[in-house]
Each structure stands twice: as structure tokens, then as C-alpha cells.
Write a protein that binds this ligand. Structure first.
Ligand code: ACM
Length: 765
């Protein structure tokens, strides 16, 4: 079987609800204006009581851990550093301070804490180190400005502990490399969300990042690749020293790094380094496309020994009690085609290739167990006989994980929907690359143990927790990863930490502006998608338009202007679509408590005719619908199997001209046999042909344009002169191509509905 619906398609094609057309410019109000006071702890504590008192930290704040308690002292040092960053003044550790850390003897759940803020100071009590640490994290979030340039803490009593012990995030450093310095900052952010597992995806078809002394070529060869459309190698590796430093840094913040070595599939980079580990033809290099490759490790004694050697070094570097062995998406074609592998299956007395995978995983799990570690694997490991101690990471929905829990296996729930954060948070301009759309609320509302499954307490006890996965095929930079991660990790934190009956979406939404301000003050490139205003215009004949505004979630009031000035608390409130005369300059923002929220938008609608960016165009089909970052800059939404866009309906007049700006994209998708289903047209030449059809993609052909070769340039252009049409019409803009190489995507279209003799040449789009 090839990349069929249960594998590749699930990872790539699951589409979220699509938002629609938008023109906007992202904007931030000044951080302090909307960082209004109020208790905005994320994740929301299990139990919080406001006392009405206030504590004003003195000029010289002192934190007092109990003497002779190194764990408490570490939290004191962390707290001092965090408070100094906020207060911008020195914070000391010493006796008799206002902020007292205490080792409570009360029975408390693991990682729990008890925090009291009164007029005379703060008492933070916890039995374990993690609890003290999380109390400190909460304390920092209580800090608010007092209105006179100082700070205060509202009086509270908080008794808090997490719902789940595994509050994880997977970072894919194989598809794209992130620097050690950035991962450190990412760990800081996880800790600030009370997230405690960084599952580190270090090996895949596209890279092997981890330096292994005994097999140096793994990282030497596997750490670098030539990206599609490029000529130079790029990438990076993590050395033993890097790993040790990160593990220690994470441990100091109560984050465990769980490494993943993906076995037996996703092995192309390793096999490019050491072809003898493989079951098929030697791959020439790490893969530079996205999808599921057929390359598998072989089950020979030599390879099994090598995998154990690799795990030995992994265990030396990572103290994590649990190690991830992958197990996902291992297509069995190469094993089926290999006489040696078939012979081995017979020697081992196994039924088939699935049983062989289970045998490999069991043997490696036993090797881990012999060293006091246990394994976790993606839910495909359930297809074979599984060691009792193996934990399952449920990604193809939660049902396999919950079934595993019912059969006594520990499970971590990280279903594609909604916890794969390479799905975008919204459609439209200003969003990053990614797959379909999983908005913030979808993550927030995720119910890890739905009714029914939760009825069985024994099974529920085997659900270790939840995890969001950040695959980085499409997230080429650290800034892109941050944008995809935040603020959805704040929603995940609340799913993972807060008792189910305390979760409250409107309340979370109310805390979001402050959380966005925190990200901003720390330099985190968090998305404002949830609050961003989207402006669209329905353009009618005679230079008139109807303008509509919306945003994902209704916080505060939506206010706008039409004269190009910045809307403030006195601007008109939006109550529904309004008429405008073209040219129109619309600006809009949500206002809360008199201050502008993040997500302000601005759009100019020219008199000459509609100007649609890619984000305002629909896709004709959604076979492999992705938003891709082009080398030229813009992020464009495209169905890579059928590059075809639909414009909004508009008047075409008596001979309109459509000017398109195009960006070149590589076709670097591993689709297996499915690639044969992509229609090609041998007559379409090197660059392809762009066609415009009336209303539908099988509608009347209005115009065609032969395009230049997209492998020669990052940007291109096309002009389509359309015959006269009465009424309003949508246009289907479809690329016909002769081959699956680089191809053009429509980045922007400018329609001039005037006939040729009245047309002034508008500036090139
Ligand atoms: C996965 O998404 N292949 C675990």
C-alpha cells in the first residue's frame, strides 16, 4: 500500500473550516494599553479566591527559600530572574523576604502548590520542586501595573495542581532545523505555560540531526540537504554538548526532553548515510520533499545491533525515563519486495511485515527496558503485539489511545485534529504557511477524555496526558514555528492543566489580550489571528461597494473608519455590512475597555476594480490544499495537485483586463502512486498555461496565457483580456502544466473592468 488515505492523507489533507476573503494589515496597539489589570493566569488554576487585598512589592524585593533546600533555591533563582525582567529592578534571594517559599507537609497532588498573596507579602508552599516552580510561574502572571508606574499583586489564595502529568509539545527539528539558542527560548515558553514535556523529533526522511559517535555519518550526511529549488546545502546538527546543555536547561524548568528516533520508517536520511541499514535501494541523499517515503530500516542482526548502539547513545544523552521509537507511517513495500527480509520473517517465525515491525519495536523496547527506560511510540505500534510497559501516542484521533488505555497501556493523546499545530489558525492575509485551519477555540475545546471513555476511571488513569505536535515541513523558520505555536499552546496548557469543569472559553478569551501582551514583551512572534479583523468588500457597478468586517472571536467592540484614520474608542461600532464609495480606505479594530486590541486591519479598495490577494481567492479543489511560503515572499494558498483559484463574483464589464502576479513554488511532495492521478497536459510547455473560465472550472473559456518557465524566476506575471460579459461572475483561474516541477501560483489579481480604450495602465501588481 502507498500513501493512502489512512496515512499521508490524514497528515496532509485534513482540512479545517475555511474562513473567507480578507484584506488586512496586521497591527499592534501599544502593549500597555490593552494589558489591562485583572487576574489573567494561564492555565487557569484549579481553585482561585480573590481576597481583595493588594501587595505592592517594595523597591528591594527579597525572595526567601527555606535554608538548606536546593530545589526551593532553584525556584527562587528562577523567580528572581522572571521578576527582574518584569519589574526592571534587582530582586534578591535572602532571609526574611516578602516572598516566602515553604515546603508544605500537606498532602498535595504531584506538581501542586498553594499560593497566598496578602498585603504583607507572598507565601508559596509546595511539597515537590515542580509545585514550587509552578507556583512561581503563577506568581509572575499575577503581577500588574498599579497605574502610577509601579507594580502590585492582587490578593489571592490559589490551590492548584495539574489535571495531567504529561503536558507535551512535539517539536520537529528534522524537517527544519532550529538553533539551540531558540530551543532554549522555546523551553522557557513551555515552562511559562506549565507544559512539561518537549518531545523532540530528531530523525526523519529529510534529516538526522543527532550526532551519534559510533555512526558519525548519520549527522554528517543526514543533517544537511539541498532543499527543492535550491543548490546549496542547508540544515544543522545537535551535538552531544548541545543536547546535554538543553536537557539541563529544560530540567531546571521542569521540562523533560523525550527524544524520538523514528523506526522503522521515516528513515531516508539515515539510509543515505549508511545504506546497509536499509531494506531497499540506497537513497542518494536525505529527502527534500514532503510526504511519506518508502525507505525502511532492515531487520538484519547488524542493523538491530546498530539501532541498539544508537539507543545506547541516546540514553547517555537524554535522562528521560521514556524514549520515543516512532513506528508511524512505515509503508511495507520494501520489506515485501526484499527476499532477504522475507527470509528473515520466516526465520523469526513471524506472520507478515506488520508482525516484523512489532518484533523490531519489541526488541528495541526490551533493550530500553534493560537500561531502566520505557518506550513510547505512535499509535501504529498497536498493530502488533506490544510490550506491556509501552506507552502509545495516539495521533490518528484519540480512539486508539483510549482503547490502549482500556487495555492497560499508558497513552498520550495528540490527535491530528486539533493538536497538529502545522494547521493554520486562520485563513487569509497575514497568516503563516500551513495546512487547513484549526483555530484557537478548536484547541481550547479539545476534550481529551470524552464522556463514555471517562466513565472508566481505570482507563482514564492510563491517559498520561495530551500533546500538541509542531511538524515543520511548511514552517521554515523559528518565527514561523512561534506563530504556529502561540497562542494555541496557551489553549493546550489549559486543556492539559486545568480541571475540565473549570475550563471556560469566554473567560480564556478575556485573558487572551494580556497573554498576547506577555508574548510581545518577551519577543515571541505569537499569532493575533483570533482577534484579527478581516475586511472584505463586495464591489458592485458604478464605483460602489459593500464592506463587511469580521474576526474569529467577538471580544470587545468592532469599530472602524472609512477615512484612513486609525479607529479608536469613538469610531463607529460595526453593526453589519455598510456601503462605501470607491476608492475606499477602511480601517478597523476591536476595542476593549477603551483600548485597541491586537489585530487591527486596513484595506484600500481602489476605484479601478477589485484587487484580490491570494488569501481572498477560493481554491477550486482541496486535494493537497496547503498554504506555502514562496521564495518570493508571499504565503500562498494552493492545491498542489490542482493549482486553480476562484475569484469572488464581480462585474466584468465590456472587456475587462485581469493582471496577475505569480510566484513560483517547488513541487516537492512524495505522493507514491497517487502522483499518477495528477492531470498533466503535454502541450502546456515549460511554464504551463493559465486559463480563465466563466463562473466554474468547466465553464466557458474566456482567455489563456502561456507562462514563462517557473524554474527561471521566483516571480512571474500574466495578463488575461476577457471578452464582454453582462452581470456578475466569478472566474476560475486554472494552471495547466506539462510536468510536476516548479509551478506558478497566483499571488494577486487586479481586475480592471474598463474597456481597452478607457484603461490607463495601472501600476504592475
Ligand atoms: C505522524 O503524524 N506521522 C505521527
Amino acid at each position: 500500500m502507498r500513501a493512502g488515505p489512512d496515512l499521508f492523507l490524514i497528515r496532509w489533507l485534513l482540512q479545517g473550516a475555511a474562513a473567507c476573503l480578507i484584506v488586512l494589515a496586521p497591527g499592534w496597539a501599544s502593549a500597555s494599553s490593552w494589558a489591562a489589570p485583572g487576574i489573567t493566569i494561564i492555565p487557569r488554576p484549579a481553585d482561585l479566591r480573590v481576597t481583595g487585598e493588594t501587595y505592592a512589592p517594595p523597591a528591594g524585593v527579597v525572595i526567601s527559600p527555606p535554608p538548606g533546600d536546593p530545589g526551593a533555591r532553584r525556584t527562587a533563582a528562577y523567580l528572581a530572574q522572571e521578576l527582574e525582567r518584569e519589574l526592571r529592578r534587582p530582586v534578591r534571594i535572602g532571609p526574611d523576604g516578602d516572598i516566602r517559599l515553604v515546603r508544605s507537609r500537606d498532602p498535595q497532588p504531584a506538581e501542586g502548590y498553594h499560593l497566598q498573596v496578602g498585603a504583607r507579602g507572598v507565601t508559596l508552599a509546595a511539597p515537590d520542586d515542580a509545585g514550587l516552580f509552578y507556583g512561581a510561574v503563577t506568581l509572575v502572571q499575577l503581577l500588574e501595573r498599579d497605574g502610577t508606574g509601579g507594580f502590585r499583586l492582587p490578593g489571592v489564595e490559589i490551590v492548584d495542581a495539574p489535571r495531567f502529568g504529561w503536558r507535551g509539545v512535539m517539536l520537529d527539528s528534522a524537517r527544519h532545523y532550529q538553533s539551540v539558542a531558540w530551543i532554549r527560548r522555546f523551553i522557557d515558553e513551555l515552562a511559562r505555560h506549565k507544559l512539561n514535556v518537549l518531545h523532540w523529533h530528531l530523525t526523519d526522511d529529510q534529516a538526522w540531526r543527532l550526532v551519534i559517535r559510533k555512526y558519525p555519518r548519520l549527522a554528517e550526511v543526514g543533517g544537511w540537504r539541498v532543499e527543492a529549488g535550491q543548490t546549496a546545502r542547508s540544515g544543522g546538527v545537535y551535538t552531544r554538548a548541545d543536547v546535554r546543555a538543553l536537557v539541563a536547561y529544560a530540567a531546571a524548568r521542569h521540562v523533560t526532553i523525550v527524544p524520538e528516533i523514528d523506526i522503522p520508517g521515516h528513515a531516508t536520511a539515515a539510509l543515505a548515510a549508511y545504506p546497509w541499514l536499509g531494506a531497499g535501494p540506497a537513497p542518494p541523499a536525505p529527502a527534500s520533499g514532503w510526504g511519506v517515503y518508502p525507505n525502511l530500516f532492515n531487520p538484519t542482526p547488524e542493523t538491530m545491533q546498530a539501532l541498539e548502539d544508537i539507543l545506547d547513545e541516546v540514553m547517555e544523552m537524554f535522562p528521560s525515563p521514556i524514549i520515543h521509537l516512532g513506528g508511524d507511517e512505515a509503508l511495507k513495500d520494501q520489506w515485501q519486495a526484499s527476499p532477504e527480509v522475507q527470509q528473515r520473517i520466516r526465520e523469526l517465525g513471524l506472520k507478515d511485515e506488520t508482525a516484523l515491525q512489532a518484533w523490531m519495536i519489541r526488541r528495541l523496547a526490551a533493550h530500553l527496558a534493560a537500561h531502566g527506560r520505557r518506550m513510547i511510540g505512535w499509535d501504529e505500534i498497536l498493530q502488533g503485539d506490544l510490550p506491556d510497559t509501552a506507552a502509545v501516542m495516539s495521533w490518528r484521533g484519540v480512539s486508539r489511545g483510549l482503547a490502549a488505555a482500556r487495555s492497560g497501556h499508558d497513552a498520550v493523546l495528540s490527535p491530528v485534529l486539533p493538536l497538529y499545530l502545522d494547521y493554520r489558525q486562520a485563513d487569509g492575509e497575514g497568516e503563516g504557511p500551513g495546512r487547513g485551519v484549526f483555530p484557537l477555540r478548536l484547541v481550547y475545546d479539545f476534550d481529551p477524555i470524552p464522556a463514555g471513555a471517562g466513565a472508566d476511571p481505570a482507563a482514564a488513569a492510563h491517559v498520561l496526558g495530551v500533546q500538541a505536535n509542531i511538524w515543520t515541513e511548511l514552517l521554515r523558520s523559528e518565527a514561523r514555528v512561534e506563530f504556529a505555536a502561540f497562542p494555541r499552546l496557551a489553549a493546550l496548557a489549559e486543556v492539559a492543566w486545568t480541571p475540565a469543569d473549570q475550563r471556560d472559553w469566554p473567560d480564556f478569551l478575556g485573558r487572551l489580550p494580556r497573554q498576547l501582551a506577555r508574548y510581545r514583551s518577551r519577543g515571541v512572534n505569537a499569532a493575533d489571528s483570533a482577534l484579527r479583523v478581516r475586511i472584505s468588500a463586495d464591489i458592485s457597478e458604478g464605483g460602489r461597494a459593500t464592506v463587511a468586517l469580521n474576526s474569529q472571536y467577538p471580544l470587545g467592540e468592532l469599530r472602524y473608519t472609512t477615512d484612513g484614520t486609525a479607529p479608536d474608542a469613538n469610531a463607529p461600532v460595526y453593526s453589519g455590512p455598510f456601503p462605501a464609495v470607491l476608492p475606499a480606505h477602511v480601517r478597523a479594530v476591536r476595542i476593549l475597555g477603551g483600548a485597541a486590541l491586537p489585530g487591527a486591519a486596513e484595506a484600500v479598495f481602489p476605484a479601478s476594480g477589485p484587487d484580490w490577494s491570494n488569501g481572498q481567492l477560493g481554491l477550486c479543489t482541496a486535494k493537497l490544499a496547503l498554504s506555502l511560503e514562496s521564495e518570493a515572499g508571499p504565503v500562498v494558498r494552493v492545491d498542489a495537485e490542482n493549482p486553480c483559484w476562484l475569484t469572488p463574483a464581480t462585474g466584468l464589464g465590456t472587456g475587462a483586463r485581469l493582471r496577475l502576479s505569480l510566484v513560483s513554488l517547488p513541487f516537492n511532495f512524495e505522493l507514491g502512486e497517487d502522483v499518477r492521478q495528477i492531470p498533466l497536459d503535454a502541450t502546456a510547455g515549460d511554464g504551463g498555461v493559465l486559463e480563465a473560465r466563466l463562473d466554474r472550472c468547466d465553464g466557458l473559456l474566456l482567455a489563456t496565457q502561456i507562462l514563462d518557465d517557473p524554474s527561471r524566476s521566483d516571480r512571474g506575471a500574466a495578463i488575461l483580456d476577457l471578452p464582454p460579459q453582462s452581470g456578475r461572475h466569478s472566474l476560475c483561474l486554472q494552471l495547466r502544466r506539462s510536468r510536476l516541477g516548479p509551478f506558478w501560483a497566483v499571488a494577486r489579481t487586479v481586475l480592471d473592468p474598463r474597456p481597452a480604450d478607457q484603461r490607463q495602465t495601472p501600476p504592475a501588481p
